[in-house]
Design a protein around this ligand. Structure first.
Ligand code: NAP
Ligand code: MG
Length: 403
């Protein structure tokens, strides 16, 4: 008997190797056990091109409507992809589009498995990264300056008032200049999302910035965090959650010396860079999960890695592949578990937890893909192919659910 899931989950399909894995997970690990209404959006590159990317906006709107989504990795086209798929244009990053519609914060959390030791021996618990997903250099305007002259920041108040002009630099020769911004609203909702997430995961919250150098820009972030922490003081104290503000370089050093178990809130660029360091530090991109949380409490789960293009090309040639599906499976369990939590259906939450435990046990029993085999302690003799791993998990899940 399949377990009934009360409300729908938005399913967002994607590209290349992860699209192959996606079907297997749905058909072998989800559909046989859950009676679930999946609202399907195909964000495969061809379908985005056919719909002039309308489908991406529709998918984001669906997450807004239903509250929970699960997303497969998707190609963000560059010039080479435009040629490869004969695209009408270089469509924007689907993740970027969805993030800006949901105004969300991305949290990345590694999956801890006993026989996959982290690069940093002291790390025993996940280092979770919360990346502010709006503004700074990701919405910048930049200009190469060809010769001598003055670059300025000009602010013109809406509805009149005095223009403010600040000199950036007086160039004596060629150079480069950049203007970037952030908004109080976005920073505040970032701080709130981090506090919400820290409370729900019961982990300490760290925030690092460079306010000694950037007294106004980075200082603005620090002050808004301090204000939001102040408002949440009661809840944080009740949950024994500590907030620490540090200089970003100190935060980096402290994370390396810690045993993990904190949410590390990062400004946009720091989060981009540090999340890749943390991901490889915990073993493999195939073990990193990601969730986008909107201030209204909508959730979109995904694996942090891309579409694993190199493996896909091997697959197309008919060669065997060993692509790790763990983070994609955890995207599904994240979404299913959250659906159950929001719907108040503990049996659905239990199913998600069971599947997660089985995945971890499977790896701990020595069944794993090549990326993990290379770093497993103790060593294992052989690796599982892409489909073999999913099948091993499916067999164990079936046994467990029948028992
Ligand atoms: P990638 O898909 O993350 O893969 C890079 C390399 O990391 C792979 O070639 C593989 O290394 C290893 N790897 C990543 N995930 C793995 C897994 N699950 N199992 C085993 N190995 C794994 O990055 P990419 O190949 O540079 O990017 C491909 C496409 O993904 C691009 O078009 C990009 O736009 C897109 N992308 C999408 C997202 C998203 O939708 N969230 C995120 C990032 C990138 P080996 O080759 O050494 O085996
Ligand atoms: Mg990055």
């Amino acid at each position: 008997m399949a377990i009934k899931v009360t409300n729908p989950v938005v399913e967002i399909d994607g590209d290349e190797m992860t699209r192959i894995i996606w079907q297997s997970i749905r058909e072998k690990l989800v559909r046989p056990f859950l009676d679930i209404d999946l609202k399907y959006y195909d964000l495969g590159i061809r379908h985005r091109d056919e719909t002039d990317d309308r489908i991406t906006v529709d998918a984001a709107e669906a997450i807004k409507k239903y509250g929970v989504g699960v997303k497969c990795a998707t190609i963000t086209p560059n010039a080479a992809r435009v040629k490869e798929y004969d695209l009408k244009q270089q469509w924007k990053s689907p993740n970027g589009t969805i993030r800006s519609i949901l105004d969300g914060t991305v949290f990345r959390k590694p999956i801890i498995i006993k026989n996959i030791p982290p690069a940093v021996a002291k790390w025993r618990k996940p280092v979770i990264i919360g990346r502010h997903a709006y503004g700074d250099i990701y919405k910048n305007t930049e200009m190469v300056v060809e010769g001598p002259g003055i670059a300025e920041i000009v602010f013109t108040p809406a509805g009149g008032g005095e223009r403010k002009v600040v000199k950036i630099h007086e160039f004596k020769g060629a150079g480069v200049v950049m203007g970037m911004h952030n908004t109080e609203k976005s920073i505040r909702s970032f701080a709130q999302a981090c506090i919400k997430y820290a409370l729900s995961e019961k982990v300490d919250l760290w925030f690092g910035a460079k306010d000694t150098i950037s007294k106004q820009y980075h200082g603005f972030f620090r002050d808004i965090f301090a204000e939001e922490i102040g408002k949440a003081q009661g809840a944080l104290q009740a949950a024994a959650i500590q907030y620490r503000y540090m200089l970003i370089d100190d935060a980096v050093a402290q994370v390396m010396k810690s045993e993990g178990g904190m949410l590390w809130a990062c400004m946009n660029y720091d989060g981009d860079v540090m999340s890749d360091m943390i991901a490889s530090g915990f073993g493999s991109l195939g073990l990193m999960t990601s969730v986008l949380v909107s201030p209204e409490g909508q959730f979109e789960y995904e694996a942090a890695h891309g579409t694993v293009m190199r493996h896909y090309y091997e697959y197309l040639k008919g060669n065997p592949t060993s692509t790790n599906s763990v983070a994609s499976i955890f995207a599904w369990t994240g979404a299913i578990g959250k659906r159950g939590e929001l719907d108040g259906t503990p049996e659905v939450v239990r199913f998600a937890e069971t599947l997660e435990r089985i995945v971890i046990e499977t790896v701990e029993d020595g069944i794993m893909t090549k990326d993990l085999m290379l770093i497993a302690e103790p060593k294992v003799a052989k690796y599982a192919l892409t489909e073999e791993f999913v099948d091993a998990v499916a067999a164990r899940l079936k046994e467990k659910m029948n028992a």
